[in-house]
Design a protein around this ligand. Structure first.
Ligand code: F6P
Length: 320
């Protein structure tokens, strides 16, 4: 393979820049040219791309966001959009494509692979950690650490005022950000889409913790359940504690990637280029049991994300 394309698609995630760097530098190491496509599939359809050099990716390993910019592209769901994307690739002699993004972005890659035989490699880049085939997605660790920093601050003020804090985190339909931020911040309760909540049980748990000497409570709620405001309102109506709501929002999507995310980015990017170089396409890369893996893209996107009930039980036992 002599020339490959690279794009970031869907919601950005910390570590995308580090992955771009790893792809570009590995490809150049092997004498493969890389074309950086701007604004995800939209840039592929509109033919907005430039060749990337060693120095195009200097000084980005530590930066959040994505240098290539990103977009959610509805046109890519249509056959016409896909044909246009393929025409752009053919026009530039691009023989393989690396796509950094989440579930939706992988479906775009799958359509290019299935419908048109373009070899694609997916790198999982999303804060949501909602892909079953990989233990972690790029950006998840940084997003959870950002949430932790905010929850630590909330704990200070909530304890001073003996309040309950309801903190909303992202994750779309997946509760992983809430689960991991909850367990590592010492939150007493998490509310996730995977488990139905019962407000009476939540209030009993809070009462027990207060009887045991706790002066504040943190409830981390995943956006896939409801907003922090709506949940706090319900809770406030049923209790005499003082309740406050905080929505972390897009702050958790920005910021310098953690060591864990930079390491994943380096390994995922490197692996993606190795696969294309060896003539292997139609795969996604990931990490499982601390090993970098690759898997058929169609199989990967058809796997249903499982919730980690064991971690949930752990939180129930240790956060009181
Ligand atoms: O998929 C990443 C994510 O941040 C989700 O957690 C969230 O639901 C969504 O993107 C927000 O999307 P947007 O930035 O388009 O509002």
């Amino acid at each position: 393979m002599k020339r490959i394309g690279l794009l970031t698609s869907g919601g950005d995630a910390p570590g995308m820049n580090a992955a771009i760097r790893a792809v570009v530098r590995t490809a150049i190491y092997y004498g493969i040219e890389v074309f950086g496509i701007e604004r995800g599939y939209a840039g592929l359809i509109d033919d907005t791309m430039t060749q990337m050099e060693m120095r195009s990716v200097s000084d980005i390993v530590q930066r959040g966001g994505t240098k290539l910019r990103t977009a959610r592209c509805l046109e890519m769901l249509t056959e016409e959009g896909q044909r246009q994307a393929v025409a752009t690739l053919e026009k530039h002699g691009i023989e393989g494509l690396v796509v950094i993004g989440g579930d939706g972005s992988f479906r775009g890659a799958k359509s290019l692979t299935e419908g048109f035989g373009i070899p694609t490699i997916g790198i999982p880049g999303t804060i949501d950690n909602d892909l079953e085939y990989t233990d972690y997605t790029l950006g998840f660790d940084t997003a959870v650490n950002t949430c932790l920093d905010i929850i630590n601050k909330l704990r200070d003020t909530m304890t001073s005022h003996e309040r309950i804090s309801v903190v909303e985190v992202m994750g779309r339909h997946c509760g992983d950000i809430a689960l991991y931020a909850g367990i590592t911040s010492g939150a007493e309760i998490i509310v996730v889409p995977e488990i139905a909540y019962n407000m009476d049980d939540i209030i009993s748990r809070i009462n027990r913790s207060r009887a045991n000497g706790k002066r504040s409570n943190i409830i981390v709620i995943a956006e896939g359940v409801m907003t922090a405001d709506a949940f706090a309102k319900q809770l406030q109506e049923m209790t005499s504690y003082s309740v406050r709501a905080t929505t972390i929002g897009h702050i958790q999507r920005g910021g310098s990637p953690t060591m864990a995310d930079r390491m994943l980015a380096a390994q995922f990017g490197n692996k993606a280029v190795h696969l294309l170089k060896d003539g292997i396409g139609n795969r996604v890369v990931g990490i499982h049991k601390n090993e970098i893996i690759d898997m058929d893209i169609i199989e990967a996107v058809s796997m249903k994300k499982k919730f980690n009930y064991e971690l949930y039980e752990t939180l129930q036992m240790i956060s009181m």
